[in-house]
Design a protein around this ligand. Structure first.
Ligand code: C2E
Ligand code: MG
Ligand code: MG
Ligand code: MG
Length: 283
């Protein structure tokens, strides 16, 4: 359907009337106002550590409430990247996520997604520093998630920034591992603290032997490189028990928890902390 339409609307595209282009323009226009109108917010998805069944980390996920609907990041982050708007938006995300994390129990870290575009500006490291300082958050409680596409460019400045952040105590995680090109070579370009195995492998874990073999191998690889491994997109008990057997460090997915409103997440962390204190007193 899309293909044949693509041909016939070719001249519309040229005159700027293409539906997709128009949608992009309207997203762009709306996005320029989104920050001052306070239409952006973060949802928080907890990750479960399998060693002690506790929340190890919480990923901040961006949402845009606009025109009576909530727009998911996959629809507007690409536009924000093309227009450079991801730079101020990303800075807001860093500050907001660090502020939230400062009120959580000490053992829980916050994970923030970074776009490659944020690395192209000079002062990403300074922005991270000031977000941490403003929130009075220990750098060791911040994880930054980057994707393989960042390392495609492999610029020296990017690698230097990653080393500087890591030197401060911030953890650097490779997100969506296995979806880019020649993933394995990226593991040599930087000493990541964590590998998050893309959820597409999890989706057909129980139906495809090859996905199972790949997940098992990546978990083993992570272990031998001294990296934490995370299985993304765990939705069923069956998936959980498989990745647990393979020795994965932590799981993220709808089975344990979907992304939550910040107050719901804070309640969850608080009740978990109370339970642990009670257990310690009893023993
Ligand atoms: P991601 O970093 O890989 O985040 C995980 C995505 O998987 C989230 O989608 C989350 O809601 C979804 N997810 C979690 N568990 C499950 C599950 O069990 N099943 C399924 N089907 N999905 C699950 P979301 O929130 O729509 O975010 C999509 C992507 O947008 C993120 O992928 C990330 O790449 C990007 N993103 C989100 N927030 C930000 C941000 O603040 N800055 C930047 N630059 N990108 C962001
Ligand atoms: Mg992520
Ligand atoms: Mg991911
Ligand atoms: Mg993803």
């Amino acid at each position: 359907k899309a293909k044949s339409e693509g041909r016939s609307t070719y001249h519309f595209f040229e005159t700027g009337m293409d539906a997709e282009l128009q949608q992009r323009r309207s997203i762009e226009a709306g996005l320029r106002m989104a920050m001052q109108r306070e239409e952006l917010r973060l949802m928080y998805q907890p990750l479960l550590g399998l060693e002690n069944n506790r929340v190890t980390c919480v990923e901040a996920l961006l949402r845009w409430d606009h025109d009576e609907r909530t727009i998911p990041p996959n629809e507007f982050v690409p536009v924000a990247e093309d227009t450079g708007l991801i730079v101020p938006i990303g800075e807001w995300v860093l500050h907001e996520a660090c502020r939230a994390a400062a009120s959580w129990p000490n053992g829980v870290r916050v994970a923030v997604n970074l776009s490659p575009v944020q690395f192209r500006q000079k002062d990403l490291v300074g922005q991270v520093r000031s977000a941490l300082a403003e929130a009075r958050l220990e750098p060791t409680r911040l994880e930054l998630e980057i994707t393989e596409s960042l390392l495609l460019t492999d610029s020296e400045a990017t690698i230097a920034a990653l080393h500087e952040l890591r030197g401060m105590g911030v953890r650097i995680c490779m997100d969506d591992f296995g979806t880019g090109y020649s993933s394995l070579s990226y593991l040599r370009s930087f000493p990541f603290d964590k590998i998050k195995i893309d959820r597409s492998f999890m989706a057909d874990l129980t139906s495809r032997d090859d996905s199972r073999a790949i997940i098992k191998a990546v978990i083993g690889l992570g272990q031998s490189l001294g990296m934490v491994t995370t299985a993304e997109g765990v939705e069923t008990e069956e998936q959980l028990s498989l990745v647990r057997d393979f020795g994965v460090s932590e799981v993220q997915g709808f089975l344990f928890s979907p992304p939550l409103q910040s107050s719901t997440l804070a309640n969850l962390l608080h009740s978990e902390a109370v339970k642990t204190q009670a257990k310690q007193k009893a023993s």
